[in-house]
Design a protein around this ligand. Sequence first.
Ligand SMILES: [Zn+2]
Length: 284
Amino acid sequence: MPGTCAYFFISIEFFKLHKEFKNAQSKNSNMRPYILAESNWKTIKEQKFDLAVLPWAATEAHNYHLPYATDIIEADYIAAEAGRIAWEQGARVIVLPTIPFGVNTGQPDITLDINLNPSTQLSILQDITEVLNRQQIHKLLVLNSHGGNDFKPMLRELGLRYPQMLLATCNWFNSVDKKQFFEEQGDHADEMETSLLLYMRPDLVLPLEEAGDGKELKSKIKGIREGWAWSERKWSMVTEDTGIGNPKRATQEKGQKFFHAVTEKMAELFVEMSNVDISSRYGS
Ligand SMILES: [Zn+2]
């Protein structure tokens, strides 16, 4: 019967493809199938992905004791671990390589803080969205790792151009309540970031005696101090050591706990975005 024949043919083809996929994976035992930079065409051409995650960082000074790549390292580790958790729960997610440069318009006089203007970021995002849209990967999450980046206005604009896409962004550093993990609050090279780097790359962290205290001078304008008015901080007028927040109480253990809390939360977002039906994504 023609029906049976077709079924048989499909089954054999499926079996062959499945076997090829397994082989390609096993020969590369260290390859993580949810990390694009580690994947090869042999596996990618057989795999369907629902969600692309684009980590976006910055290259900038982080007090005296943390590396310029701090935001990049955080983005890489958090995206990879959340990707692993989500993948193991069946989410077909692919983590794209981290974009290493971000908006540093407030630090023009800090040596080698590399600035990408927001308009440049929009161009990059537009090109990446175009590729995903063309290839039927209709969900994109921009995983932001740097306070100066603001993708919301860009995603509004791209959403009009690509109505089939589900475009989202998140700041990993706002995903859990930092007060439950750290004694001193801050927002740049602070106790939180120093603890994370002590956990992820202790080999790149100078002894904490060499760190500045991350003291921040506040605005003389009340509305800005209260947070409901905004003006970009001129970094070198606000902090001497480039840090904001005292890093001295940072520990590896605090970093580890925080990392696990953040990546669990992030993985949940990956899974939910992967599973949601774009055409009916609202409900009670
Ligand atoms: Zn940072």
